[in-house]
Design a binder for this molecule. Structure first.
Ligand code: SF4
Length: 310
């Protein structure tokens, strides 16, 4: 179990014990909170939390840390976001800032990876790249920000987790089983996330959108409840399979969505519902107007665009 250091260790460090500095990771000797309780690591409930469901909580807790996930999005999260976040950010980025702010002061460090690519040879949204730097410079200033590059084009996720363990000064023999458990937890979570409303029969719709949009309580929750009340069965698009799809689109999520639209059969669904959010460049490319005419006619896509004020 990773424990916060006892005060005495801090004293040795203050005295300039280079030996400890050399053997301990930076976050340990920098920590101002020395106690015997497990280290609390904050995970904002946005972006990578939904892209890799259950992975981070399982990984950190298997390593002996205490993962603390920010609460589900509510109206208060949106209000907080509108106070602290950049006006031109997309709605999920605004919510991310509010989730991060919720954790600051309550945990020993926050986890904000730099997500560059989640599918080999594909790119993630450029908004993900600066998140750790923005966190350090602004909302999480003064709090330790643990980060790692997630770039599946350069290296598989398992290697990234191994490096993350190394960063935390954990032995490989302990990190490897944690990776195994984390992957298996993510696999089960992915299976559960697909079918929200298991009602058999029709009408049955496919809901498409970025994972952190269609699984966010505040953004998609009311739409899903309304559909359920109307007796409409809804299946959420799955991003579990990370093999590159056949599509010219390089943007990871859009590639998956586009591929799914291209491989649907008329018998599968009555139609497709797309939830898109304010200021998403990727979604504007995928929106109703840009879906090829013949597909639009077949699937009757309904697009719902959400703004922070709604
Ligand atoms: S893909 Fe769209 S919604 Fe997602 S972070 Fe980028 S701009 Fe925001």
């Amino acid at each position: 179990m990773i424990k916060r250091l006892h005060k005495s260790v801090g004293v040795y460090i203050d005295m300039g014990n280079q030996f400890l500095k050399n053997i301990l990771p930076e976050w340990m000797w920098k920590s101002e909170h020395y106690s015997g309780s497990p280290l609390r690591i904050g995970i904002p409930r946005m972006f990578f939390y939904y892209i890799y469901p259950n992975l981070w909580e399982t990984f950190f807790s298997e390593l002996g840390m205490e993962p603390v996930v920010s609460g589900p999005s509510t109206k208060k999260t949106v209000e907080k976001a509108s106070q602290i976040s950049e006006t031109e950010h997309c709605l999920p980025n605004k919510l991310f800032d509010a989730h991060l702010a919720e954790l600051v002061g309550k945990v020993d460090m926050v986890f904000v990876p730099r997500v560059l690519s989640t599918i080999k040879n594909h790119l993630s949204c450029p908004k993900f790249g600066p998140l750790p730097d923005a966190a350090r410079a602004d909302i999480a200033r003064g709090t330790e920000v643990l980060s790692i590059d997630i770039d599946e084009t350069r290296r598989p996720l398992s290697k990234t987790l191994l490096l993350l363990g190394k960063k935390l000064n954990i032995q490989k023999s302990k990190t490897l089983p944690a990776i195994k458990s984390a992957f298996s937890a993510m696999e089960s979570a992915n299976k559960k996330m697909v079918m929200l409303n298991k009602k058999k029969g029709k009408p049955r719709f496919l809901l498409i959108g970025h994972p952190y949009i269609i699984h966010d309580n505040f953004i998609a929750g009311p739409i899903l409840s309304k559909l359920e009340n109307m007796g409409v069965a809804v299946e959420l698009i799955s991003f579990a399979d990370d093999t590159p799809a056949t599509s010219y689109i390089l943007w990871g999520t859009a590639n998956k969505i586009y591929h799914k639209l291209n491989t649907l059969s008329r018998e599968d669904y009555e139609g497709v519902i797309q939830i898109t959010v304010f200021n998403c460049g990727c979604d504007s490319e995928l929106s109703r107007d840009n879906i090829p005419r013949e597909e639009k006619e077949i699937w009757g896509t309904v697009t719902t665009r959400l703004y922070a004020s709604e």
